[in-house]
Design a protein around this ligand. Structure first.
Ligand code: FES
Length: 123
């Protein structure tokens, strides 16, 4: 069996929502000290809706696929829903990640949490 699902490979090769939002009103950057990977999320929130989301990930393929999928899962969604996104939901949407790569999906969850926290601080 292939180590990575087709979906993981697809989001790794063609990541969605890569880049920077210049007028983002919530930015979160997190890292994993063990592997050294870094993820930055930009949110544009209007009327408690995630109008736009972009990311920059300096990290492994699973981290790139996880950030790409996470942005797809919260784009256009109410803030309250985005807050509840779990790393398991990201991994499931990718049709699974190997156990030792689950921490990559945690990074995506944490980056979104950090960006929402930043948004709340700025309000
Ligand atoms: Fe560190 Fe994937 S190996 S985020």
């Amino acid at each position: 069996m292939a180590l990575y699902s087709e979906k993981v490979m697809d989001h790794f090769r063609n990541p969605r929502n890569v880049g920077v939002i210049e007028d983002a009103n919530g930015i979160g950057e997190v890292g994993n000290a063990k592997c050294g990977d870094i993820m930055k999320m930009y949110l544009k929130i209007e009327d408690d809706i995630i109008k736009d989301v972009k990311f920059e990930t300096f990290g492994c393929g699973s981290a790139i696929a996880s950030s790409s999928m996470a942005t797809e899962l919260i784009k256009g969604k109410p803030l309250e829903e985005a807050k509840k996104l779990t790393n398991q939901a990201v991994a499931e949407a990718l049709d699974g990640l190997p156990d030792y790569k689950m921490h990559c999906s945690v990074l995506a969850q944490e980056a979104i949490e950090a960006a929402i926290e930043d948004y709340n601080k700025r309000k």
